[in-house]
Design a protein around this ligand. Structure first.
Ligand code: GTP
Ligand code: MG
Length: 231
Protein backbone atom coordinates (compact mmCIF):
# COMPACT_ATOMS: atom_id res chain seq x y z
CA UNK A 1 0.00 0.00 0.00
CA UNK A 2 1.40 3.37 -1.06
CA UNK A 3 0.25 6.86 -0.35
CA UNK A 4 -3.00 7.70 1.35
CA UNK A 5 -5.75 9.71 -0.36
CA UNK A 6 -8.45 11.62 1.53
CA UNK A 7 -11.63 12.44 -0.32
CA UNK A 8 -13.36 15.39 1.38
CA UNK A 9 -16.95 16.37 0.60
CA UNK A 10 -18.96 19.22 2.18
CA UNK A 11 -22.66 18.51 2.46
CA UNK A 12 -25.65 20.62 3.40
CA UNK A 13 -29.08 19.05 2.92
CA UNK A 14 -27.91 16.64 0.24
CA UNK A 15 -29.83 13.47 1.16
CA UNK A 16 -31.06 13.13 -2.43
CA UNK A 17 -27.59 13.31 -3.97
CA UNK A 18 -25.03 12.17 -1.41
CA UNK A 19 -25.76 8.44 -1.84
CA UNK A 20 -25.25 8.66 -5.58
CA UNK A 21 -22.05 10.67 -5.11
CA UNK A 22 -20.60 8.16 -2.64
CA UNK A 23 -21.69 5.15 -4.73
CA UNK A 24 -19.69 6.53 -7.64
CA UNK A 25 -16.62 7.11 -5.46
CA UNK A 26 -16.84 3.67 -3.83
CA UNK A 27 -17.21 1.93 -7.18
CA UNK A 28 -14.03 3.64 -8.41
CA UNK A 29 -11.75 3.36 -5.38
CA UNK A 30 -12.47 -0.30 -4.78
CA UNK A 31 -10.52 -1.02 -7.98
CA UNK A 32 -7.48 1.06 -7.02
CA UNK A 33 -4.96 -1.01 -5.09
CA UNK A 34 -1.96 1.31 -5.13
CA UNK A 35 -3.47 3.81 -2.69
CA UNK A 36 -5.24 3.73 0.63
CA UNK A 37 -8.43 5.81 0.79
CA UNK A 38 -10.30 7.78 3.44
CA UNK A 39 -13.79 9.10 2.64
CA UNK A 40 -14.85 12.14 4.68
CA UNK A 41 -18.20 13.93 4.48
CA UNK A 42 -18.52 17.19 6.42
CA UNK A 43 -22.13 17.62 7.40
CA UNK A 44 -23.05 21.27 7.83
CA UNK A 45 -26.21 21.31 9.99
CA UNK A 46 -28.28 19.40 7.45
CA UNK A 47 -31.94 19.23 8.39
CA UNK A 48 -32.50 16.10 6.35
CA UNK A 49 -30.91 12.63 6.45
CA UNK A 50 -27.62 13.58 4.80
CA UNK A 51 -25.59 12.25 7.73
CA UNK A 52 -27.37 8.90 7.93
CA UNK A 53 -27.20 8.33 4.17
CA UNK A 54 -23.49 9.24 4.10
CA UNK A 55 -22.70 6.84 6.95
CA UNK A 56 -24.70 4.09 5.29
CA UNK A 57 -22.51 4.55 2.21
CA UNK A 58 -19.32 4.10 4.19
CA UNK A 59 -18.22 7.70 4.76
CA UNK A 60 -16.78 9.02 7.95
CA UNK A 61 -19.11 11.91 8.79
CA UNK A 62 -17.83 14.98 10.63
CA UNK A 63 -20.20 17.66 11.89
CA UNK A 64 -19.32 21.30 11.31
CA UNK A 65 -21.71 23.51 13.24
CA UNK A 66 -20.52 26.82 11.76
CA UNK A 67 -22.51 27.18 8.57
CA UNK A 68 -20.69 27.61 5.28
CA UNK A 69 -18.82 25.89 2.50
CA UNK A 70 -15.46 27.28 3.69
CA UNK A 71 -16.06 26.25 7.28
CA UNK A 72 -16.99 22.76 6.14
CA UNK A 73 -13.77 22.45 4.15
CA UNK A 74 -11.59 23.81 6.93
CA UNK A 75 -12.96 21.12 9.23
CA UNK A 76 -12.55 18.32 6.69
CA UNK A 77 -9.07 19.33 5.59
CA UNK A 78 -7.91 19.76 9.15
CA UNK A 79 -9.07 16.24 9.94
CA UNK A 80 -7.86 14.51 6.75
CA UNK A 81 -4.80 12.30 7.15
CA UNK A 82 -4.05 11.62 3.47
CA UNK A 83 -0.94 12.67 1.54
CA UNK A 84 -3.24 13.72 -1.31
CA UNK A 85 -6.67 15.33 -0.94
CA UNK A 86 -9.47 15.21 -3.50
CA UNK A 87 -12.57 17.39 -3.09
CA UNK A 88 -15.96 17.83 -4.72
CA UNK A 89 -19.61 18.63 -4.05
CA UNK A 90 -22.08 16.19 -2.53
CA UNK A 91 -24.49 16.73 -5.42
CA UNK A 92 -23.35 14.17 -8.05
CA UNK A 93 -22.12 16.92 -10.38
CA UNK A 94 -18.37 16.22 -10.33
CA UNK A 95 -16.67 13.31 -12.16
CA UNK A 96 -15.20 11.24 -9.35
CA UNK A 97 -14.84 8.46 -11.94
CA UNK A 98 -11.69 10.39 -12.96
CA UNK A 99 -9.90 9.66 -9.66
CA UNK A 100 -7.49 7.20 -11.37
CA UNK A 101 -6.61 9.89 -13.93
CA UNK A 102 -6.06 12.48 -11.19
CA UNK A 103 -3.78 10.19 -9.23
CA UNK A 104 -1.81 9.25 -12.32
CA UNK A 105 -1.27 12.94 -13.12
CA UNK A 106 -0.13 13.64 -9.57
CA UNK A 107 2.28 10.71 -9.56
CA UNK A 108 3.77 11.38 -13.00
CA UNK A 109 4.19 15.16 -12.69
CA UNK A 110 4.59 15.85 -9.01
CA UNK A 111 1.97 18.61 -9.17
CA UNK A 112 1.10 20.40 -5.94
CA UNK A 113 -2.39 21.50 -6.94
CA UNK A 114 -4.67 20.43 -9.77
CA UNK A 115 -7.76 22.55 -10.37
CA UNK A 116 -10.49 21.20 -12.62
CA UNK A 117 -12.07 23.23 -15.40
CA UNK A 118 -15.79 22.56 -15.78
CA UNK A 119 -16.15 24.83 -18.80
CA UNK A 120 -14.27 22.27 -20.87
CA UNK A 121 -17.22 19.89 -20.90
CA UNK A 122 -20.50 21.17 -19.49
CA UNK A 123 -23.39 18.75 -19.68
CA UNK A 124 -26.61 20.34 -20.90
CA UNK A 125 -28.32 22.37 -18.13
CA UNK A 126 -25.52 21.69 -15.65
CA UNK A 127 -24.76 25.40 -15.17
CA UNK A 128 -27.59 27.95 -15.42
CA UNK A 129 -26.86 30.97 -17.63
CA UNK A 130 -26.55 33.39 -14.70
CA UNK A 131 -24.10 31.09 -12.91
CA UNK A 132 -22.17 30.62 -16.16
CA UNK A 133 -21.60 34.33 -16.64
CA UNK A 134 -20.98 34.90 -12.94
CA UNK A 135 -18.35 32.15 -12.88
CA UNK A 136 -16.68 33.53 -16.00
CA UNK A 137 -16.67 37.09 -14.62
CA UNK A 138 -15.27 36.06 -11.24
CA UNK A 139 -12.56 34.04 -12.96
CA UNK A 140 -11.57 36.98 -15.16
CA UNK A 141 -11.46 39.29 -12.16
CA UNK A 142 -9.35 36.86 -10.14
CA UNK A 143 -6.89 36.70 -13.04
CA UNK A 144 -6.78 40.49 -13.36
CA UNK A 145 -6.44 41.25 -9.66
CA UNK A 146 -4.02 38.46 -8.72
CA UNK A 147 -2.04 38.09 -11.94
CA UNK A 148 -2.92 34.42 -12.22
CA UNK A 149 -4.16 32.46 -15.20
CA UNK A 150 -7.10 30.34 -14.07
CA UNK A 151 -9.93 29.12 -16.29
CA UNK A 152 -12.45 28.16 -13.60
CA UNK A 153 -11.93 29.90 -10.27
CA UNK A 154 -15.21 28.53 -8.88
CA UNK A 155 -14.72 24.85 -9.59
CA UNK A 156 -15.23 22.78 -6.45
CA UNK A 157 -13.05 19.83 -7.45
CA UNK A 158 -9.38 20.05 -6.49
CA UNK A 159 -6.61 17.49 -6.15
CA UNK A 160 -3.64 18.57 -4.07
CA UNK A 161 -0.85 17.56 -1.75
CA UNK A 162 -1.88 17.89 1.86
CA UNK A 163 1.49 19.47 2.66
CA UNK A 164 0.60 22.69 0.79
CA UNK A 165 -1.94 23.46 3.53
CA UNK A 166 0.96 24.07 5.91
CA UNK A 167 1.61 27.36 4.13
CA UNK A 168 -2.02 28.48 4.09
CA UNK A 169 -3.60 30.36 6.94
CA UNK A 170 -7.18 29.11 7.33
CA UNK A 171 -7.79 32.13 9.57
CA UNK A 172 -7.71 34.55 6.64
CA UNK A 173 -9.81 32.30 4.42
CA UNK A 174 -13.56 32.63 4.01
CA UNK A 175 -16.35 30.87 5.86
CA UNK A 176 -18.49 30.53 2.76
CA UNK A 177 -18.23 30.00 -0.98
CA UNK A 178 -15.18 32.29 -1.52
CA UNK A 179 -13.01 29.53 -0.03
CA UNK A 180 -13.00 27.98 -3.50
CA UNK A 181 -11.27 30.91 -5.21
CA UNK A 182 -9.07 31.56 -2.19
CA UNK A 183 -7.46 28.13 -2.16
CA UNK A 184 -6.53 28.51 -5.85
CA UNK A 185 -5.25 32.06 -5.45
CA UNK A 186 -3.30 30.97 -2.38
CA UNK A 187 -1.78 28.02 -4.17
CA UNK A 188 -0.58 30.30 -6.99
CA UNK A 189 0.61 32.92 -4.50
CA UNK A 190 2.74 30.29 -2.76
CA UNK A 191 4.30 29.25 -6.07
CA UNK A 192 2.96 25.76 -5.86
CA UNK A 193 3.13 23.68 -9.03
CA UNK A 194 -0.41 24.51 -10.16
CA UNK A 195 -2.24 23.18 -13.22
CA UNK A 196 -5.78 23.03 -14.47
CA UNK A 197 -7.31 20.09 -16.31
CA UNK A 198 -10.61 19.72 -18.16
CA UNK A 199 -13.43 17.72 -16.60
CA UNK A 200 -17.00 16.84 -17.39
CA UNK A 201 -19.56 18.64 -15.21
CA UNK A 202 -23.06 17.20 -14.72
CA UNK A 203 -26.35 18.71 -13.67
CA UNK A 204 -26.61 18.44 -9.89
CA UNK A 205 -29.11 16.15 -8.15
CA UNK A 206 -31.25 17.59 -5.35
CA UNK A 207 -32.09 21.15 -4.53
CA UNK A 208 -29.87 24.12 -5.50
CA UNK A 209 -28.21 25.86 -2.55
CA UNK A 210 -26.25 28.50 -4.39
CA UNK A 211 -27.78 31.96 -4.66
CA UNK A 212 -26.05 33.29 -7.78
CA UNK A 213 -26.55 36.97 -6.98
CA UNK A 214 -25.71 36.87 -3.27
CA UNK A 215 -22.88 34.34 -3.58
CA UNK A 216 -21.58 36.08 -6.70
CA UNK A 217 -21.47 39.39 -4.85
CA UNK A 218 -19.78 37.81 -1.79
CA UNK A 219 -17.15 36.30 -4.07
CA UNK A 220 -16.56 39.66 -5.73
CA UNK A 221 -16.08 41.50 -2.42
CA UNK A 222 -13.85 38.69 -1.22
CA UNK A 223 -11.65 39.05 -4.31
CA UNK A 224 -10.99 42.67 -3.35
CA UNK A 225 -10.43 41.99 0.36
CA UNK A 226 -8.39 38.79 0.21
CA UNK A 227 -5.51 40.61 -1.46
CA UNK A 228 -4.96 42.75 1.64
CA UNK A 229 -4.79 39.67 3.84
CA UNK A 230 -2.30 37.73 1.70
CA UNK A 231 1.31 38.02 2.78
N1 GTP B 1 -24.55 26.44 -0.17
C1 GTP B 1 -23.97 25.79 0.83
N2 GTP B 1 -23.40 24.64 0.55
C2 GTP B 1 -22.80 24.01 1.50
C3 GTP B 1 -22.78 24.52 2.82
N3 GTP B 1 -22.11 23.69 3.55
C4 GTP B 1 -21.75 22.71 2.74
N4 GTP B 1 -22.19 22.87 1.47
C5 GTP B 1 -21.96 21.96 0.32
O1 GTP B 1 -21.05 22.59 -0.58
C6 GTP B 1 -21.23 22.08 -1.90
C7 GTP B 1 -21.38 23.23 -2.88
O2 GTP B 1 -22.65 23.80 -2.84
P1 GTP B 1 -23.62 23.81 -4.11
O3 GTP B 1 -24.97 24.20 -3.66
O4 GTP B 1 -23.50 22.52 -4.83
O5 GTP B 1 -23.00 25.00 -4.97
P2 GTP B 1 -22.65 25.01 -6.51
O6 GTP B 1 -22.07 23.73 -6.94
O7 GTP B 1 -21.82 26.23 -6.72
O8 GTP B 1 -24.03 25.26 -7.22
P3 GTP B 1 -25.10 24.19 -7.71
O9 GTP B 1 -24.52 22.84 -7.57
O10 GTP B 1 -25.33 24.58 -9.13
O11 GTP B 1 -26.29 24.41 -6.85
C8 GTP B 1 -22.42 21.13 -1.84
O12 GTP B 1 -21.93 19.82 -1.68
C9 GTP B 1 -23.14 21.58 -0.57
O13 GTP B 1 -23.91 20.57 0.01
C10 GTP B 1 -23.40 25.74 3.12
O14 GTP B 1 -23.44 26.24 4.23
N5 GTP B 1 -23.99 26.34 2.09
MG1 MG C 1 -22.67 21.88 -6.61
Amino acid sequence: MGEKVSIVIPAYNEEIAIGNTLDLINSVIKNIEEYEFELIVVNNNSKDNTKQVAEKHGALVLDELNQGYGNAYKKGMGFATGDILITGDADASYPFEDIPRFLRLMAENDFDFINTNRFANLEKNSMPVLNYFGNKMLTLMANGIYGVNIKDSQSGMWIFKKEILENMDFGIMGAGMPFSQEIKIYSNHNNNKFVEIPIKYRKRLGEKKLNPLKDGYDNFINLLNFKKKLK
